[in-house]
Design a protein. Structure first.
Length: 184
């Protein structure tokens, strides 16, 4: 059951270099339709890089992506106004492990709509996710990406992730970032 305490302190208004206004905020259950449209609008290449396969998320997966248990996970979306409506531009998320031993490690993901790629949005969202994860007690972010996802590999290196090819699967690169404990 999702936590009731929406982390409104993470809402931030920002803008792209070209002046496009962006609102970064935690995803809400009410974002299901917008998030579904965002995922449906991804190119095959972008979707493949995100899911490491050509499959498309099913409605139950999309429901789960928008109904967040803020105690163990976080999804931040970037939105802008388009034709008088809010349009999703991108999303980053982390999900902690399920056991006490793995609760300080979280898998992460980032995906930016094709029209908004290469404009600094992924870096801004990832930096905000890293800060939020650190404040929430996450000590390590980790995930995998395809070896040829050059944009993700470049971003990961820029953000300080350890980038290592998986010796058991040459198509995969492991990404790992140790986080510092927050100063209290």
């Amino acid at each position: 059951m999702p936590a009731l305490d929406y982390p409104s302190h993470l809402v931030e208004d920002w803008q792209l270099r070209d002046g496009t206004p962006v609102r970064i905020r935690p995803i809400r259950a009410e974002d299901f339709d917008m998030h579904s449209a965002f995922v449906a609008g991804l190119s095959n290449e972008t979707g493949y890089h995100r899911l490491l396969s050509p499959r498309k998320p099913q409605p139950d997966e999309l429901w789960r992506m928008t109904h967040i248990d803020y105690d163990r996970e976080l999804a931040l979306i970037a939105t802008t106004g388009a034709d008088g409506a809010e349009q999703q531009m991108g999303v980053v998320r982390y999900v902690r492990g399920d056991t006490p031993e793995t609760a300080t490690t979280a898998e992460f993901a980032v995906v930016i709509a094709d029209a908004w790629q290469h404009r600094g949005l992924a870096e801004k969202l990832m930096r905000k996710l890293i800060d939020a994860a650190t404040q929430a007690g996450v000590r390590q972010l980790a995930d995998i990406t395809l070896f040829d996802n050059l944009a993700m590999l470049h971003l990961a290196r820029k953000l300080g992730f350890k980038v290592q090819r998986d010796p058991g699967n040459p198509n995969v690169t492991r990404l790992r970032l140790m986080l510092e404990a927050p100063v209290r």
